[in-house]
Design a protein around this ligand. Structure first.
Ligand SMILES: C[S@@+](CC[C@H](N)C(=O)[O-])C[C@H]1O[C@@H](n2cnc3c(N)ncnc32)[C@H](O)[C@@H]1O
Ligand code: SF4
Length: 475
């Protein structure tokens, strides 16, 4: 737990109730006792006066739950989902539905700034306006657990309950697309009616712009009757069934044919077909804004070479190829690299302005070295979009090359880096390396509300090379 405490600290009230000062990213209110002890309070919001019940005590902090709210925050709103709450059995999928969405975004922005400063000793010169989108019906990807509860004679399909491995009893889920939320009841009935209802532990949702795919994980072969039940459900609800017998490589379509799963980036005239287990961004509306903003910040020119690190299936690479002179996309998964090559071919045809020459390569980027970086060649600009672990080896190789010019030869570092992050802690760590050891300035940073109502913080930051740091790199 960490507390970001503004000063002066409001005193507790004489009746023992507490004055809530701020909120942490787990949506716990933060207050102080008279002796300075920090209290993390579930269900409390900043500027509220609350009574609490303490359930954990340490020397310098306590964990508590709000039992009464004596003065309510103007940012408190009615949760939009009946399964949201603090009680046992409440769904653990969302943490902040009781807080106005704009206040949620403000917290995420502050978490980003705090991380940059505390972990990287970096302060962005300018803060980007946070990227916001729809707060409901946004979640086009989800992994739902399935349990047959004998005692109750039901099948549950949902996220886990708060702080528990039990599956929440979810009748609806307003963060899922409305047609998927409406399908949860019939889906429970379908699985309950399967011969294999004991051996299907998970359903994965992957929705594209027009196709909704469900991947059924099954531990035993499915009977012909079960396959017929799945087909009938698919036809009735407009669902494309995929089956997964073992690992992700075993995923296959139940019935070949039909429209491919795909999402569009219409601003760039690009369509991206994908398989339901490929990495795609969870929130397609935010993804469109994210890609457009990243491209605007990158500002790739026709004479420039750009490298897209951790490129996935080419979500940024192909849009970059609409303006840049040459693009290289590098990614760890061979499957995604193969898919990105197919997507390049598919999108290259029939364009008024041809896509720039674009290559893809598969490589483990956690093992990047200065030598490998030099071998990838000079690029004017980089787009970096790593997984939660961040891009430490990449930033470290850049720092090593900065500090040991003899390793560089003719190679030059990128003048600009647009870094898209799904973990502010690793972004801050990498930003610290870039700014303090590789000759960059952090010129912009801002939060991206990819997952409204959750504690998840996406963000982006832009780094500019100080031309004085490396001769020959002025724009
Ligand atoms: C946040 S996703 C971004 C993908 C893509 N830029 C997009 O927007 O869809 C991170 C990507 O990093 C890839 N990845 C994870 N670990 C990796 C590694 N060690 N080396 C290279 N790529 C890796 C994942 O396969 C995934 O495609
Ligand atoms: S994940 Fe869905 S069901 Fe769970 S609280 Fe959020 S909106 Fe409700």
């Amino acid at each position: 737990m960490s507390a970001d405490v503004p000063h002066p600290i409001p005193a507790p009230y004489p009746d023992g109730s507490l004055a809530v000062e701020s909120l942490d990213i787990e949506a716990q209110g933060i207050a102080h006792r008279a002796d300075g002890k920090v209290v993390f309070i579930e269900g409390a919001l900043p500027f509220e006066q609350v009574s609490v019940s303490v359930h954990r005590k340490k020397n310098n902090w306590e964990a508590a739950t709000a039992t009464a709210i004596h003065r309510e925050s103007s940012q408190r709103v009615r949760p939009g989902c009946p399964h949201f709450g603090l009680h046992a059995g409440a769904c653990g999928g969302c943490k902040m539905q009781h807080l106005h969405p704009s206040a949620q975004v403000a917290i995420k922005q502050r978490v980003l700034e705090d991380n940059l400063w505390h972990l990287g000793k970096v302060k962005a010169e300018t803060l980007l306006r946070p990227i916001e989108g729809p707060t409901w019906g946004y979640r086009y990807r989800a992994r739902l657990s399935v349990r047959h509860v004998h005692k109750k004679g039901v099948v549950l399909i949902g996220f886990h309950e708060r702080k528990s491995r039990y599956v929440a009893d979810m009748g609806v889920c307003p963060v899922l697309p409305p047609h998927v939320s409406a399908m949860l009841g019939p889906l429970r009935e379908l699985i309950f009616g399967l011969d294999a209802r004991e051996t299907c532990p998970q359903i994965e949702l992957a929705a594209g712009d027009t196709v909704t795919a469900l991947v059924l994980r099954h531990l035993e072969p499915l009977s012909e009757d079960d396959l017929a039940r799945l087909r009938a459900f698919g036809q009735q609800h407009g669902v494309q069934w995929w089956l997964q017998a073992k690992g992700p490589d075993t995923v296959r379509l139940l019935d070949e044919g039909g429209e491919p799963l795909a999402y569009g980036l219409p601003e760039f005239g690009i369509t991206m077909p994908f398989k339901p287990t490929d990495f795609t961004q969870v929130n397609p509306a935010i993804n469109r804004v994210l890609v457009t903003r990243a491209l605007r910040l990158l500002d790739a020119q026709a004479h420039e070479r750009v490298i897209d690190w951790f490129c996935g299936l080419g979500n940024f690479t192909l849009p970059i190829a609409t303006t840049a002179g040459e693009v290289l996309g590098i990614e760890g998964s061979e499957t995604l690299v193969a898919r990105s090559r197919e997507n390049l071919q598919r999108n290259a045809a029939g364009r008024a302005r041809p896509l720039a020459p674009t290559r893809f390569a598969a490589r483990n980027l956690f093992e990047m070295t200065p030598e490998l970086l030099v071998a990838d060649g000079t690029a004017d600009k980089w787009l970096v979009d790593p997984p939660r672990e961040g891009a430490f080896a990449l930033a470290k190789a850049l720092a090593d090359l900065h500090q040991q010019p003899a390793l560089r030869g003719d190679w030059l570092p990128p003048r600009r880096i647009v870094y898209v992050s799904c973990n502010p802690a690793t972004l801050a760590r990498d930003a610290g390396l870039l700014v303090h050891q590789a000759g960059y300035r952090c010129v912009l940073a801002g939060a991206v509300n990819m997952f409204p109502h959750t504690a998840h913080v996406e963000s982006m930051a832009v780094f500019e090379l100080d031309p004085a740091a490396v001769p020959g790199t002025a724009a």
